[in-house]
Ligand binder design. Sequence first.
Ligand SMILES: [Zn+2]
Length: 392
Amino acid sequence: MKKRIVIAVITAGFLLVAVAVAVFTFGPGLVESRMNRVRAAAKPAPSDVSRAFHSTLFVADLHADTLLWNRNLLIESGRGHVDIPRLAAGNVALQMFTVVTQTPRNMNYNNNASSTDNVTLLAMLQCWPPATWSSRLERALYQARRLHDAADNSGGTLSLIESQEDFSTFMERRKTQPRDVGCLLGIEGLHCLEGSLENVDVLFSAGFRMMGPAHFFDNEVGGSAHGVEKRGLSEFGLQVVRRMEECHIVIDLAHASPKLIDDILRVATHPVICSHTGVKGTCDNGRNLSDDHLRRIAQSGGLIGIGYWDSAVCGNDVASIVAAIRYAVNVAGVDHIALGSDFDGAVTTPFDASGVVTITDGLLAAGVAEEDIAKIMGENVQRFFMQALPPA
Ligand SMILES: [Zn+2]
């Protein structure tokens, strides 16, 4: 009898371990496969003319959440949207990698409190260091470290750009190594400051050069477009904005409440970005930018990155992305429009990083001038960061 109980306990133990191994091994991959999808092609492949023109462009993207997922950036994956081989295949020269440190349960566009969090479980499942399980700052720093490591291990194919000098070195290198990729670090939501102004400097030291004050919920800095109160900039937020500008960290208005956008546009003395968004003019919802905000971001000397996902452009096809880009160009001017995919940000897109040529193709088909396409696809981003980054 005793022996049978012992055997049963050992068997149950093995089963438990097997289940745990399976959950930790396959769980995160399954979650990502479900969240970051590519919609099957709905359109004929881009023409040879489009491909040839696209290969001459400097292409840049202002937003991808790839660092949230435990994939080796240097190896092509069948999951998600972005890795270095796919960026190279898509002729993408510059990718902003943004970090996410807390997402509310049942995340939605209209009303989210800060009391719940999905990233805690994801961090545990992906075996991130224990310090990241409870600290949002540590989550940001850990994701930054992973990008530094990827660049260090890339043999030069991936360069992390932290200054104007880095950017010039990268541009020089790319003349002989046209498949090399540059990247920048950004943040979604300054709840990861954990209420401390000094942490702006900590994040700057870790390489972050663009930060969005709010993500899906209101925080100490200001209100989110998807928050409960959707408030403006707090007194603490004003100090954060001032310190960011002193450090040459760009302010990203994506996900900010309209009130917070107004407040920041009033106090900012540097150009601001809205890294991934849609426009109310083609897709009216609480998060997309109004014509007034489009114009004022442009007046600041800033950039608007148009996203590729359904609720940004009210469609899941290239035509909807092209329509949003053309609308934004008409309102804000062609020097202020860029790409902001939101790749790997729990969205479904019509293509992954290797297929960005589809946008070039769509813009050419819509009759947009080649010179303007070059600006939208990346020249604007190149010009912007060559001025906005710290000199060295
Ligand atoms: Zn986002």
